[in-house]
Design a protein. Structure first.
Ligand SMILES: [Zn+2]
Length: 554
């Protein structure tokens, strides 16, 4: 029984996946795409109805989760999608249609080594992916560690007349920023809980980890300057396994990479302003994003425009950069869970880097004390730090407050987002042969004409980026004749790309986006005997394969 009111360990999740695959052997196939540094398998579930055609001949939708170790809710969301597709097949119209006509590839936990570390006390905030133990990659500076042995890594507040923080006058648990020019109070410095490696007695350095941000390990725009980028693109076994799987499945049309937190649907570009993106691509991202916003309540925003604090330092080497900017696949990243929205705070910004007001912090504090009382908050407790002297240790447990929802809310978060995954998947292009007409010219000479259409929302090339980068393969129509022969035209005809209905966002106008064909035809002349069989096959890398058989009747 798969449950979504708790966070599964790796062994529990593995058992759930095996149980689901065993319960639905016709629809689900479980495989490992990589083995981690600590020897865990990275599971992928493929879901389709094989009776309606092989997976490779159907549009594919890809979901991955927990590339970042601490983002436990993401794994639940991806597991929910697996569960939802399997248990509702044959009952729910949308699920049945999608499992019949498409294929889903779902990786519920890309980074099981890091996740396993982060799921256990002391709840590390950054675990990498098992290449190093937390902190083992850092040379100097503050190494996060549970130094008072209470089972949690939280915060240290250190009395310091130079400090930028003070206690809220209303609630001494809440730390608020000291204002410019403000003097005369009791002030603090705030640091992550831990000891300082190679401390010079003066400056408490807090370095970025260099290990394990696999979402900077992908080949497009890869840069060694990004923290966690790895030694070279795809240096990490999990990222390499993902990349190989994606390249081996060119039928993938849509992707969702799950992250926490923020309650946001992230769309491209990672590196360019919207003004530098093609209008057709930006429109389709906005339109699909609107569906997501309706289903989840999450706003859809551009990573570069709204989620990059320093525009001169765009993120590099991320998954979406590779899958969209290079391959043209329609890719979203979803940041699950917004504690501020749950706590009744108005959304004022998307990146939570700036100091929060006293009022916002108080609301979040109240919410955590009420909804995550066991794991979300630690009372400030005096401690004698061997390097910094008397400090207090306590505050928010990031993983069980900001990063992941209380377990009671998990199922609803999963359901809303899985429904968006389904609707995004359903926007795939879908090539069908609408008709085959066979006309006798004379004797055994016939003209065969096939009308091929894209019935989907997206074009068969998915995006303009795919055309610009010359990765979009044309739709082809091919003929095979039993007891006959081809007289004129190539056996396989290049039909180019077929538009989707996304291009027709508004009624036709000479000033607007001009329409391109959603249907085209292919024609052949053949010689065939009575009762000869003719098979027409329409093939699109992204939009599936469709075959129709006809018999010649003289
Ligand atoms: Zn993340």
């Amino acid at each position: 029984m798969t449950e979504f009111n708790r966070y599964y360990t790796y062994d529990e999740m593995t058992a759930q996946l095996h149980a689901l695959a065993a319960a639905y052997p016709r629809l689900a196939k479980l495989e490992s795409i990589a083995r981690t540094f600590q020897g865990r398998e990275v599971w992928l579930v493929e879901i389709t109805n094989p009776d309606t055609g092989p997976a490779s001949e159907k549009p594919g939708y890809y979901i991955d989760a927990q590339i970042h170790a601490e983002e436990h809710a993401t794994s639940a969301a991806a597991l929910y999608a697996v569960w939802h597709l399997l248990v509702n097949y044959g009952k729910d119209e949308e699920v049945t249609r999608l499992v019949d006509t498409q294929v889903f590839y779902i990786i519920p936990r890309i980074n099981p080594d890091g996740a396993e570390l982060s799921l256990q006390p002391p709840y590390h905030n950054w675990c990498g992916n098992g290449r190093f133990l937390p902190g083992a990659d850092r040379i100097e500076g503050l190494i996060p560690e549970d130094i008072n042995g209470d089972g949690f890594i939280v915060w240290m507040r250190v009395p310091d007349s130079k400090g930028e923080w003070k206690q809220s006058a209303r609630n001494r648990d809440v730390m608020v920023q000291r204002q410019p020019g403000e003097e005369g109070g009791h002030y603090f410095r705030l640091y992550p809980e831990g000891l300082i490696r190679n401390f010079d007695g003066v400056d408490v350095k807090v370095e970025k980890p260099f290990d394990g941000n696999m979402n900077r390990n992908f080949p497009t725009n890869w840069s060694p300057q990004e923290y966690g980028a790895g030694t070279h693109p795809l240096s990490e076994p999990e990222a390499a396994g993902m990349a190989k799987f994606i390249l081996d499945h060119p039928n993938i049309c849509g992707m969702c990479a799950y992250h926490t937190h923020g309650g946001l649907i992230l769309r491209p570009s990672m590196t360019r302003p919207d003004s530098a993106m093609g209008s057709r691509d930006i429109n389709l991202y906005k339109e699909i994003g609107k569906v997501g916003t309706e289903l989840t309540g999450y706003p859809t925003i551009s990573i570069y425009e709204d989620f990059t604090p320093d525009k001169t330092k765009a993120r590099r080497g991320g998954l979406m950069d590779w899958t969209y900017e290079e391959m043209g696949i329609i890719s979203f990243g979803i940041e699950l869970w917004d504690i501020e929205r749950a706590a009744g705070v108005d959304k004022v910004g998307y990146m939570n880097l700036y100091p929060r007001t006293e009022e916002i912090q108080q609301k979040v504090y109240d919410y955590v004390r009420n909804h995550a009382p066991d794991k979300g908050w630690r009372d400030w407790t005096p401690f004698h730090h061997p390097q910094l002297g008397p400090v207090e240790i306590g505050g928010m447990v990031n993983i069980w407050s900001y990063r992941n929802p209380p377990e009671a809310l998990l199922e609803n978060v999963c359901r809303q987002n899985a429904l968006f995954n389904l609707r995004h998947a359903a926007s795939a292009p879908r090539v069908l042969i609408d008709s085959v007409t066979i006309t006798r010219i004379e004797g055994s000479l016939y003209k065969v004409r096939a009308e091929v259409s894209n019935h989907g929302y997206l074009p068969t090339n998915l995006s303009d980026v795919a055309i610009e980068n010359q990765v979009a393969k044309p739709v082809r129509a091919a003929i095979a004749i039993e007891n006959g022969e081809l007289v004129m035209n190539p056996q396989s005809i290049d039909l180019g790309h077929l538009a989707g209905r996304n291009e027709r966002l508004y009624p036709w106008s000479p000033w607007g986006q001009q329409w391109t064909a959603t249907s085209k035809f292919a024609e052949w002349l053949i010689r065939a005997k009575d009762n000869a069989q003719v098979t027409i096959t329409a093939v699109s890398e992204k939009a599936g394969t469709h075959r129709l058989k006809r018999t010649i009747n003289a």
